[in-house]
Design a protein around this ligand. Sequence first.
Ligand SMILES: *Cc1c(COP(=O)(O)O)cnc(C)c1O
Length: 385
Amino acid sequence: MRRVYLDHNATTPVREEVLAAMLPYFSERFGNASSVHSFGREARRALEEARETIARAIGAEPSEVLFTGSGTEADNTAIKGVALAQREKGRHIITSKVEHKAVLETCKFLEKQGFRVTYLPVDRTGMVSPESVEEAIEEDTILVSVMHANNEVGTVNPIARIGAICRERGILFHTDAVQSFCKLPIQVREMNIDLASFSAHKIYGPKGVGALFVRRGVRFLPLLHGGEHERNRRAGTENVPGIVGFAKAVELALAEREEECQRLTRLRDRLWEGIRRRIERVHLNGHPTERLPGTLNVSFEGVEGESILLSLDLKGVAASSGSACTSGSLSPSHVLAAMGIPPELAQSAVRFSLGRSNTEEDIDYTVEILPEIVARLRQMSALEV
Ligand SMILES: *Cc1c(COP(=O)(O)O)cnc(C)c1O
């Protein structure tokens, strides 16, 4: 049976070149980057080269990039780190209702610690308006955190304009750029970004490695205490193989970025056109144009998204309903709810996220099997009523 992976926003396979770059750092180049002998220096060199690669990719200085154990850790470090360091300045944080759980749950935690958080609404396409950020700013606002591209629907936020507003008011601006990194251009200076989170496993790097950009001069407290790793900003022996793999993945992705984006946009639109033409009562969730190249979120009226996923899986197609972190729970997506999608339609949503391995044949196969699946499930649910 054909196997089609359409869940690249959840994770991606490690590219062959990435794996090859990592392997020596598990064995012959196993040194601790903090050791002063030649083994350590070898690891240190690889670590600092990787840091330069990531910094260059976003227009930052290497000293402004620290490595973390995940995108989640980068988000936690950015938000808790700034909140704790600047609590005397203010106790108010602004974020949006459609953030990843790594941001939302961190903000909820801070609310329990005495901070106030404003969760901005989004429009029907899932976009945060710069005006709403401006209106939410209070006397003691210390941080704004708005994601670059949404993982469930792919909508891309006007980050540069939000950043400009924050900069003008002297408020720090963090963006979760995990989904947009190496897919959309990110230049931290031009976009007025003070902190940004990244993760390797969404871009064909290994799991368990992330990075956080922190603009020089931004005060924050580390999450982890211990040795003097990462300039005292993140204790713990660096995951050198993972970090080397992350940098390799970035290098490869950037070299192919524009071409791959165009290819994925074409495939994504082919999938939507196929679905729209062959199945009635379907709705596109997310922004029609300001959207990640490979992300397509569709509601199939009258059918549970979860049932579609099970049927697709039996036919070898892997998709998801919203984010991987919330699938399995039957509560409707917080992102679709914030967009004002009625609960029945939110429950019937399926996210297809395309990537490197996908071909036109994959898309055509998916379009071919979907109408029958949806028709059968609609018939069944009609019988239940
Ligand atoms: C995947 C993801 C994260 C979490 O990154 P991990 O490395 O899996 O912890 C955070 N934010 C967004 C938008 C994501 O898609």
